[in-house]
Design a protein around this ligand. Structure first.
Ligand SMILES: *Cc1c(COP(=O)(O)O)cnc(C)c1O
Length: 290
């Protein structure tokens, strides 16, 4: 394994857009384009992997194992990192064996895929289960689902530059495991809007609200639940692309920007605030099933 991070060292672009609100009103917001940091390992997933890869290297691991659903941006990024840095990767995939562009990429990049029933997948953080996996796959370095560990957070704490931290009043991001938001919150002490694509994640909501006092968690923009879409959401996504020239993924970022737009409409207090919205990437998931 040989890690060369210079590929990712470029400056992250920021775009300003004029988001339409109501009655001809609009609001300028800035978008941090994490989707632009690399053609393949896009978005927040790179930041969550970075220190985990270094740790795997430090431990001289022969392989890296992680978990995800069939459309997982995390497994997709890990598989590519494995190919790039020449380390074997193993993906434990939730549910029955399926084929889709995400998993085909993973396989083509050398990831070994294992599909396990949902009932078993639920044990993904259970120490005894992890021990079994370690024995079965000859002691791989294990990264939790979604890169959700301290090293993942440490990487995400590097997303914002000192300038960005000083310049913005409000930060808005999507939230899955919460790793990205926890990392961002290490240095950003102004208001953080966490807009969730998930339904009924009470524990996560509680955890984030308790530990990050400047955070507000919005759970009304899930459109039926994780991975679910409606015509309204898809219209919003294509409208956004047409008007602003920015592609959003339907799982995370379309819901985040939709929610942000609604909150800006509702709350006049945002009108004079400098807002930075994070485009966390995930565009690989937009490809149609083949
Ligand atoms: C994984 C992912 C998220 C969620 O990030 P967490 O750190 O798990 O909260 C948000 N947006 C996109 C595009 C993602 O792929």
């Amino acid at each position: 394994m040989a890690i060369d991070f210079s590929l990712f060292d470029k400056k992250i672009p920021i775009d300003s857009i004029d988001l339409q609100l109501e009655n001809g009103q609009s609001k300028v917001i800035d978008i941090l384009r994490l989707d632009k940091i690399h053609p393949t390992i896009s978005g927040n997933k790179w930041f969550k992997l970075k220190y985990n890869l270094l740790e795997a290297e430090r431990m001289n691991a022969d392989s890296i194992l992680s978990f995800g659903g069939a459309f997982s941006n995390h497994l997709h990024a890990l598989a590519y990192a494995g190919k790039l840095f020449n380390i074997k990767t193993i993906g434990i995939v939730r549910g029955e064996k399926v084929q889709n562009p995400t998993l085909t990429d993973c396989k083509n990049w050398g990831m070994e895929l294992h599909f396990i029933p949902r009932s078993e997948y639920r044990k993904k953080t259970d120490p005894a289960f992890l021990q079994q996996l370690k024995a079965k796959f000859r002691n791989p370095y294990i990264i939790p689902e979604g890169g959700d560990n301290e090293l993942g957070q440490k990487g995400c704490a590097e997303i914002l530059s000192t300038e960005m931290i000083a310049n913005y009043d409000v930060l808005s991001s999507s939230v899955g495991t919460g790793t990205t938001i926890k990392g961002l919150a290490q240095f950003f002490k102004n208001r953080i809007l966490a807009i969730a694509p998930l339904k009924n994640e009470h524990d996560l909501k509680q955890d984030l609200q308790t530990n990050i006092p400047n955070l507000q968690y919005f759970d009304g923009y899930h459109f039926g639940g994780f991975g679910k879409v409606t015509a309204t959401l898809l219209n919003f996504q294509s409208h956004f692309l047409m008007h602003h020239g920015i592609e959003l993924d339907k799982i995370y970022t379309a819901k985040m920007f939709f929610g942000l737009q609604q909150e800006l409409k509702k709350n006049i207090a945002f009108s004079d605030k400098k807002i930075l919205a994070i485009h966390t990437g995930g565009l690989q998931g937009n490809r149609p099933m083949l």
